[in-house]
Write a protein that binds this ligand. Structure first.
Ligand code: AMP
Length: 283
């Protein structure tokens, strides 16, 4: 396994004769990241994993400086997953100066997570575009945990004509149901217990959706989150049932693939999760 910055990545990429798969991460790697790397390695591609905490996607009041950076442990995870190249550029190498030209995430980047974190998705798409240019991958593997990010990366690929296959993998959860996240390590035990209201709300929504209609889905999730918020240990950021292709709210008679999106702050930690739900009018 090679580890390096921009020059080393470019040199490594030139030496590849087969297909290359990219797994972008910010490090603090857990089983959710590992699933992405395993998938990339299983495809037979040479695998590049990037480890870069991207300042452009953090707000000024967010956790850029305190974001966990256990670099050696991350390298061990990459090695065990069979990663071929770990791209770990220095901050000044990726951004020698504040960039003048960046990617705009459009309307879809200003709703839900984008409304809570203004500028976040512009920062994400800018760094993803840079990673696509630098690694020139044939495919890229992302997690569906960050579903709005995933949908925007799909638009980035389509709208800017990147010739890259986008692969999305399901949310990896801990045994108690909480979606794995590098930020979970900020959670004290009581916070973690409160955070479980999020997957429980998604389960309640999926139950409500099982009658085939969007009616009552948001209310079912809301009821679960309301109980946690009443106890005072969870602040709901947003809860929305949206059309998976547009991120517009679903009407009561919506048909097709919808996403229930949840964000909440627990003990000062911002958490997100989602579930995909299908609605079809019964014949
Ligand atoms: P991050 O390091 O948080 O930027 O995440 C890097 C990639 O890992 C993104 O594509 C995430 O969607 C994905 N990821 C993070 N957590 C999970 C999870 N629990 N399950 C699946 N994918 C995940």
């Amino acid at each position: 396994m090679e580890v390096g910055g921009i020059q080393a990545l470019r040199a490594w990429r030139k030496r590849q004769s087969g297909t290359v798969s990219l797994v972008p991460t910010m490090g603090a790697l857990h089983s959710g990241h590992r699933a992405l790397m395993d998938r990339a390695a299983a495809s037979g591609d040479a695998v590049v994993t990037s480890i870069f905490v991207n300042p452009l996607q953090f707000g000024t009041d967010e956790d850029f400086f305190k974001y966990p950076r256990p670099f050696q442990a991350d390298l061990d995870v990459c090695e065990a997953a069979g990663v071929d190249f770990v791209f770990a550029p220095a901050l000044g190498e990726m951004y020698p100066a504040a960039p003048e030209v960046t990617v705009s995430s459009g309307r879809m980047g200003t709703v839900y997570e984008g409304a809570v974190r203004p500028g976040h998705f512009d920062g994400v798409l800018t760094v993803v575009a840079k990673l696509f240019t630098l690694a020139s991958p044939d495919s890229a593997v992302f997690g569906l945990k960050d579903i709005q990010q995933f949908c925007l990366v799909k638009r980035l690929i389509d709208d800017l004509n990147f010739d890259i296959d986008l692969i999305g993998l399901p949310v990896v959860r801990d045994e108690d149901g909480l979606a794995m996240s590098s930020r979970n390590e900020y959670l004290a035990p009581a916070d973690r217990a409160a955070a479980l209201a999020i997957p429980q709300a998604l389960d309640a929504a999926a139950q409500a959706a099982s009658d085939g209609s969007p009616a009552g889905v948001e209310a079912a999730a809301q009821a679960v989150l309301h109980v946690a918020a009443e106890r005072g240990d969870l602040d709901l950021g947003y809860l929305g049932l949206v059309d998976a292709t547009t991120f517009q709210p679903c009407a009561q008679d919506f048909e097709g693939q919808a996403l229930l999106l949840i964000s909440a702050t627990v003990g000062g930690t911002h958490l997100i999760d989602n579930v995909s739900l299908e609605f079809h009018r019964s014949a």
